[in-house]
Write a protein that binds this ligand. Sequence first.
Ligand SMILES: NC(=O)c1ccc[n+]([C@@H]2O[C@H](COP(=O)([O-])OP(=O)(O)OC[C@H]3O[C@@H](n4cnc5c(N)ncnc54)[C@H](O)[C@@H]3O)[C@@H](O)[C@H]2O)c1
Length: 248
Amino acid sequence: MNVKDRVAIVTGSGQGIGQGIASVLAGAGAKVVVNDLVPERVDEVVAELTAAGYDVTGHAANVASAEGAEGLVAAALDAYGHIDILVNNVGMARDGWLAKMSEEDWDTVLTVNLKSQFLMCRAVAPHMMDQSYGRIINISSRAWLGGPGQANYAASKGAVISLTRTLALEMARYGVTANAIAPALVDTPLFRGLKDEVQERLIKTIPARRIGTPEDIGNATLFLAADESSYVTGQTLYVCGGRSLGAG
Ligand SMILES: NC(=O)c1ccc[n+]([C@@H]2O[C@H](COP(=O)([O-])OP(=O)(O)OC[C@H]3O[C@@H](n4cnc5c(N)ncnc54)[C@H](O)[C@@H]3O)[C@@H](O)[C@H]2O)c1
């Protein structure tokens, strides 16, 4: 899976899954632009990956705003001169029953999870089309299938898949692929904060009987980001230990 010297932007890579993706891509030889809303997180991940001998740079920005997304793309071009891979990883949840959901919780989740991906794709698309090469990987979620208390989150993650499929159709002739990854339960600070018995109960819903790791998502991303995946586009890859299959 070749990504050597390819330039990759990974949004929201200051912790969690994004950090795992940045680490796997950098380890495979990509030049990685680490982004997060929180500057300290960017600095920590850049320091860690630089100490490991990888070629990375950081840029803190809010990618849910056009200014932030365009600034990140400009910073990546300044640092490396081109962009080959975009991983739209930023995401958040504000769960609650639809009957009681505030407009603010709806708008915030849709803006952060979906609009950020539109803005980032729009900012890199002309550049990738010009160079006739690109790999766009959008992080969705198994939750797009629907889940009680997650109307805003599920709708945003379903729309990410529609966005990805449309982008794939528009960009295929330019050598640019667009695919989505749908993780389920992943070992992030959120999961580790749950009580032991809740963690155990959730793990029992995963056919593989283990929690996913950020590296699991990173490895799937590496496949979709590599030169060799040029004929794979518009797809959604579940990385969830079988949880999307419906039977535990
Ligand atoms: N953790 C899971 O079990 C799980 C499962 C399925 C899908 N996902 C998806 O994976 C992605 C990453 O999830 P995670 O659990 O690692 O989340 P996380 O909250 O641990 O990390 C997300 C990072 O993104 C940053 N961020 C948030 N909004 C931003 C913005 N507007 N601009 C720049 N950075 C921003 C945050 O500061 C944070 O560091 C999300 O899209 C999430 O929906 C997670």
